[in-house]
Design a protein around this ligand. Structure first.
Ligand code: GRF
Length: 200
């Protein structure tokens, strides 16, 4: 049974979708830990309700980013974590941390990468007048929203659709696709060569 840690900073709807998918035994793994960098994040309430262990690691307690990630590495190693899932985690990982968990860290981004990297991507794509929107799940490297792509999903905007409505459809797509990608990783069905990810 693979052990998963989720790193999240905010609302946590993807965290909840993953925990529920794993529990429905769609995925033979266990979400054993939530790590947050934000004391008031709503994801903490979700973890409590779902009975998932959680840890609040305050970045302000560490004078250097590398010390924060050293501590996080120690915690994850102690918990024997196999896979790290970023779900709305608002910090950039450091190179050593990425190296330690190479090809075992995944992230979800609400856009069809490489378009609209960074924050507020749905709003920016909406204001740009895009007709097709989507979601990307990718391995994490040292750069933001950059690593090899595992899965992408898309949807078309409806005529006159509001940003709120579009956002909620994109999040629904995220909640469907993220468990699928995690399942592929858990079952060793992803082969990475350079930027290419094949599904075995
Ligand atoms: C999601 O849109 C995810 O793609 C992005 O941050 C958002 C997190 O939402 N990385 P939630 O906290 O999982 O509800």
């Amino acid at each position: 049974m693979k052990k998963i840690a989720v790193l999240a900073s905010g609302n946590g709807s993807n965290f909840e979708a993953l925990v529920k998918a794993v529990r429905r035994q769609k995925i033979s793994a266990e979400v054993s830990l939530l790590v947050t960098d934000c004391e008031k994040a709503y994801v903490r309430d979700r973890a409590k309700r779902l009975g998932v262990n959680q840890l609040f690691l305050n970045p302000k307690d560490y004078s250097h980013r590398q010390d924060f990630y050293r501590k996080l590495t120690v915690v994850l190693r102690k918990e024997k974590i196999d896979i790290v899932v970023l779900a709305g985690y608002m910090r950039i990982l450091n190179a050593d941390f990425v190296k330690t968990f190479k090809n075992r860290i995944i992230n979800i981004h609400p856009a069809i990468l490489p378009a609209f990297k960074g924050v507020d991507s749905i709003k920016r794509a909406y204001q740009y007048g895009c007709k097709v929107f989507g979601v990307t799940i990718h391995f994490v490297d040292e750069q933001i929203d950059n690593g090899p792509i595992i899965l992408q999903g898309s949807l078309k905007i409806n005529n006159g659709e509001s940003l709120d409505c579009l956002e909620s459809r994109i999040h629904k797509l995220e909640h469907k696709l993220y468990p699928q990608a995690l399942e592929l990783l858990v079952n060793n069905r992803l082969k990475v060569k350079g930027r290419m990810v094949s599904i075995l």
